[in-house]
Design a protein around this ligand. Sequence first.
Ligand code: PLP
Length: 381
Amino acid sequence: MSSTYFDHNATTALDSRVLESMLPFMTAQHGNPTSRHSFGRHARSAIERAREQVADAVNAHPSQVIFTSGGTEANNLAVTGIAGRYGASQIVVSDIEHPCISRPAQALQQRGWKLAVLPVDRHGVVQESGVEELLRTETSLLSVMLANNETGVLQKVAGIAAIARKHGVTVHTDAVQALGKMRVDFAELNVHAMTLSSHKINGPQGAGALILDKRIDIEPVIHGGGQEKGLRSGTENVAAIVGFGAACELLNARLLQEPGRIRQMREHLETGLKKLGAVIFGAEVERLPNTSFFAFNEIEGETLVMALDRKGFAVASGSACSSDSSEPSAVLLAMGVEADLAKGAIRTSLGAGNSAEQIDSFLAVLAGEIARLRHLTAVAV
Ligand code: PLP
């Protein structure tokens, strides 16, 4: 049985044109970009071309692009590298950040930095009014994500950045989930640093970038041969970087066509979900067009995810990175959702390959599985 994939926030399939662009660098063009000979020079110029493609996709300058192994590394570099440069100071992060922001922030806290957490309201939105009161003269860094990976809820990053800038605070945003699903403009967002990841936009896994205002002083996390202006040592993953560049180049065309179609499919899905009695999180505020995070009372998210998988539908419970734990979603708890309901949460994230017919089949299967699971619970009680 072939499965229907509704988990595009976890990762996406490699676009065949992207694969095509990568193949030469995994075969004949295998040079190390630091080598002086023709193989090395060819690899170097491929990386510089990718740097331009990534910069173009987000209205940045190529010199602002630091390639990393992905979003996790870029976020770690932003938090540890920026706050680390300032020495023990205060870091402010929102309560719904991905663990690759919150964990490095907590690690710094254990080493003497102060950590303040920006709360979100019941829709999952950081209130701009709460920002000012958390900032201190010793605040070095504020990090607020652009779009949440679980709910898809968008944050008013530019407004928050304007407040932080008045206080001389460096601002970072994690735009990993936003890229490819909405317009992402580094200059308009008004931030100093921004994280991107390749595999969320039909590029290969294992490539990402930190877009960095050149005036920001930042300490490397990985030391060694001095690649990426000394900020990310290690031989570059040339094929993956080339693929990331190619995926970025395909974005503009995609952004013109897809979000409207995907939003329509999501509306169709959510109409059906509401009829089945689902609670949809973040539905009243601005969200990514492809994401639905929802729960049914008295049904375990994990159980439902496995049941749906057996029926041929790939969906997620909470974020993929924490899907092997049965803790309720930290994002939902931060939004004030009851732990019991939060434990029931599952996420669908639609993408280019999905169709309205798949949504119809999904809703039919979901209705059957909910009835079956409710019946099992009733019998057990
Ligand atoms: N930030 C967000 C919001 C994410 O959703 C993810 C991955 O799910 C990451 C960062 C990590 O990116 P990567 O998988 O490239 O390390």
